[in-house]
Ligand binder design. Structure first.
Ligand code: NAP
Length: 436
């Protein structure tokens, strides 16, 4: 951090992935309208910008259109669009010639890094927020009108800043089945590439990939292609992978307007949203990946050397580790029997939990309202509902599926959401911006 810091910021962003990067742009672009943008600072625990780096498999493609980038749905003329990036790196004609709305994840990551580089002076990387505490500027009887954000970094040690608002965007947390402990043999998909690269892939003979979502299918394909002597067993709870519905009417669930439809809907309608449309995102796989896996298995069958197996209607129920040995217990729902497999590697592509809001907020969580099911209550502008004595704002980017619907943890609505949060933030600023 620079030695001369303002005494407080209008907003501190906790986490600097795509969501808060999109917010940083929206704040800056508010300045272009003649308004003074809220002052902002961001803290990110990773040493540099990164977005699901361990799932940047070479063949993996984006599941959303390149037009659902950091800005376009909010401001199609922004200099931080994917198209602007392509223009800057002199790849626009080549991209267009390819007639494909879905770039690779690797290319989209290049785009995100390109944008993030423009905001480096607002971000402290390698810095973890350790506590957010309420402050009352006008004494103990006054409202909580600021927060103190304590941060810790190996490079600069412990320090703190104050802010009128915080925006939490700390991302999803890996979900392991039955709380399996992760180690050098038992991985979650979120650490896949890093750990796979550490292996001698040619020596792997048995790999189990758990799950029937996009991560599992991509990883099963990657293992099959890059561990040439390994048998890959995909343990899937369904009978076969189900397709991710990205047909046009279903895709409307991700439109900015759908957030209103969900937010203001009756509870029963919300349940129907999930019942009918969960298959646009969870436990589903893109058509192309399904077909390519099927083709590999079929080709093996023709050759008489099968290397890709499917344990259908099955779940992994236990993993036992001892030295280099790894034993997986698989329960077949079809036979209601369990059996063991000795393997080299188990990859649990078993999804994610929502952002841990209470963990980040600490004592501040006690000021936040919850619904009958114990979930945090939110305003339409993504601000947590707090007790009446809190005038400072806590906003969420993520962890809002129960209030704002399916697109909450996805890129689809990010640009619009950032604009909505910035509009709200600009109405709740520090009394005076004190700068050095
Ligand atoms: P996911 O869709 O939540 O899938 C998790 C899978 O694990 C489910 O099929 C789940 O089955 C299964 N599972 C959980 N516990 C299990 C057990 N003990 N045994 C067997 N299976 C078990 O997670 P994901 O695939 O990581 O996808 C998460 C998000 O990332 C999605 O939005 C996806 O689109 C996105 N993603 C995108 C890309 C890309 O852009 N190319 C790549 C990867 C992921 P049950 O539901 O039956 O529990």
């Amino acid at each position: 951090m620079a030695s001369c810091e303002p005494s407080g910021y209008d907003v501190v962003g906790i986490g600097f992935g795509p969501s808060n990067l999109s917010l940083a742009i929206a704040l800056q672009e508010l300045g272009a309208t003649g308004a003074t943008p809220p002052t902002a600072r961001f803290f990110e625990s990773q040493p540099s910008f990164g977005w699901h780096r361990n799932m940047l498999l070479p063949t993996a493609k984006m599941q959303v259109s390149f037009l659902k980038d950091l800005v376009t749905f909010r401001n199609p003329t922004s200099p931080y669009s994917f198209v602007s990036f392509l223009h800057a790196v002199e790849r626009l004609p080549q991209f267009v010639n390819n007639s494909d709305f879905f770039p690779t994840r690797a290319e989209f990551h290049q785009y995100l890094e390109w944008v993030a580089a423009n905001f480096a002076d607002q971000v402290s990387y390698g810095t973890r927020v350790t506590a957010v505490t309420p402050l009352r500027s006008s004494g103990p009887a006054g409202p909580v009108d600021r927060f103190r954000i304590q941060v810790s970094s190996p490079a600069t040690g412990e320090s703190s800043v104050e802010a009128r608002n915080v925006v939490l965007a700390t991302g999803l947390a890996p979900r392991m089945p039955q709380d399996f402990v992760r180690d050098e043999r038992v991985w979650h998909s979120s650490e896949f590439l890093e750990k796979f690269r550490r292996c001698d892939a040619a020596k792997l003979t048995d790999i189990v990939v758990v799950g029937a979502g996009q991560s599992a299918a991509e990883i099963a394909r990657h293992c099959y292609d890059n561990a040439p002597n390994a048998t890959v067993t995909a343990v899937i709870p369904s009978y076969g992978y189900s397709i991710a519905d990205n047909t046009p009417f279903a895709n409307r669930i991700f439109d900015p307007n759908a957030v209103d439809d969900y937010y203001f809907a009756e509870e029963r309608a919300k349940e129907k949203f999930w019942q009918y449309h969960r298959n646009t995102n969870y436990s589903v796989v893109d058509d192309e990946v399904i077909r390519s896996l099927y083709q590999r298995q079929y080709d093996d069958e023709v050759r008489g050397a099968e290397r890709l197996h499917f344990a259908e209607l099955s779940r992994v129920t236990d993993v036992k580790r001892s030295g280099d040995d790894t034993r997986v217990t698989i329960h077949s729902l079809a036979t209601d029997r369990s059996y063991d497999m000795d393997v080299d590697i188990v990859v649990c592509a078993t999804g994610y939990e929502a952002m841990d809001i209470a963990g980040v907020l600490g004592e501040l969580d006690g000021y936040c309202a919850r619904d009958e099911q114990g979930r945090h209550r939110l305003e339409r502008d993504y601000r947590l509902v707090t007790t009446d004595d809190v005038s400072a704002g806590i906003y969420l980017q993520g962890g809002t599926e129960h209030t704002h619907g399916l697109s909450s943890s996805l890129l689809s609505n990010m640009a619009t959401r950032s604009g909505e949060i910035v509009r709200s933030l600009s109405r709740n600023r520090l009394p005076e911006a004190v700068s050095c």
